[in-house]
Design a protein around this ligand. Structure first.
Ligand SMILES: [Zn+2]
Length: 258
């Protein structure tokens, strides 16, 4: 990434809290290479940036709607994300997921390790209290564990009773009535994936899909062990600090010596 001055670097890569600047968790984890992303760019032949932007906008709309649903605010849900949000509302009710309004979209800081981030929510699920992060991707990727481990460690400074963390994937797809394939409209393109059997073998696609209406899809996964992920996050942070040494020196950031 390129920056024209220190101010731009600070605004893009961090938050200033009470006069102290902290690098942002989501920027730090970007330092890790994502091989799947190269495959994606090759597949979409030059449309990558546009698809990513549109998907990000959709992700933002879903996050905002989820936060409003959790706080019990009545909202007008954009028709483009309605199936996903109806599924979300139903899931929250059925699983009796509890979230306090003051635990939604909170900025959190780790003063010793010097980073900051914004968590989607702290929630109580099945009697456990933890960090809940929303994703709108097509699956739950292992990389997310770096981000949520950083949130866990920062929150534990303030709330020592925090026990665990979850990723909740909020999505919407159409299903083919004849071959079971899934169609996922995202970022202005439609991706079709075959149904799979118990051994993860793909069923053949039919020649003439008959698609259902868009259906919401919610997936919740708990990741109770975060210590190793946190070590990996700190490793990523060291690498990030090395990569941006030039700018970090200019903005007066001191690399923590813990
Ligand atoms: Zn089909």
């Amino acid at each position: 990434m390129f920056f024209s001055n220190g101010q731009e670097f600070k605004e893009t890569c961090g938050y200033e809290i009470n006069g102290v600047w902290y690098p942002r968790v989501t920027k730090i984890v970007e330092i890790k290479s994502k091989p799947a992303l190269y495959k994606f760019y090759a597949e979409v032949k030059g449309d990558g940036e546009n698809i990513i932007k549109l998907s990000a906008d959709e992700g933002t709309r879903i996050h905002e709607a989820a936060e409003k649903i959790l706080t019990g605010k009545s909202i007008d849900i954009d028709s483009s994300i309605r199936p996903a949000m109806e599924a979300f509302r139903q899931f929250i009710e059925e699983q009796a997921i509890e979230v306090r309004p003051e635990h939604i979209e909170q900025r959190i800081t780790h003063p010793e390790h010097r980073y900051s981030g914004t968590t989607d929510a702290l929630a109580t699920i099945n009697g456990k209290f933890g960090v809940l992060d929303f994703k709108t991707s097509q699956s739950i990727y292992r990389d997310y564990n770096l981000q949520t481990a950083a949130y866990m460690e920062a929150w534990l400074k303030r709330i020592p009773t925090l026990e665990t963390r979850w990723i909740m994937r909020i999505d919407q797809t159409k299903i083919c009535f004849s071959c079971g394939a899934k169609l996922r409209p995202k970022g202005g393109r439609e991706k079709i994936r075959p149904a799979r059997d118990m051994n993860n073998r793909a069923f053949p696609l039919c020649n003439n899909h008959e698609w259902s209406e868009l259906q919401g899809e919610i997936e919740l996964q708990e990741f109770p062990e975060w210590k190793k992920d946190f070590e990996a996050f700190l490793g990523a942070k060291r690498l990030w600090e090395w990569e941006y040494e030039y700018w970090l020196e200019r903005v007066g950031y001191l690399v923590p010596t813990l």
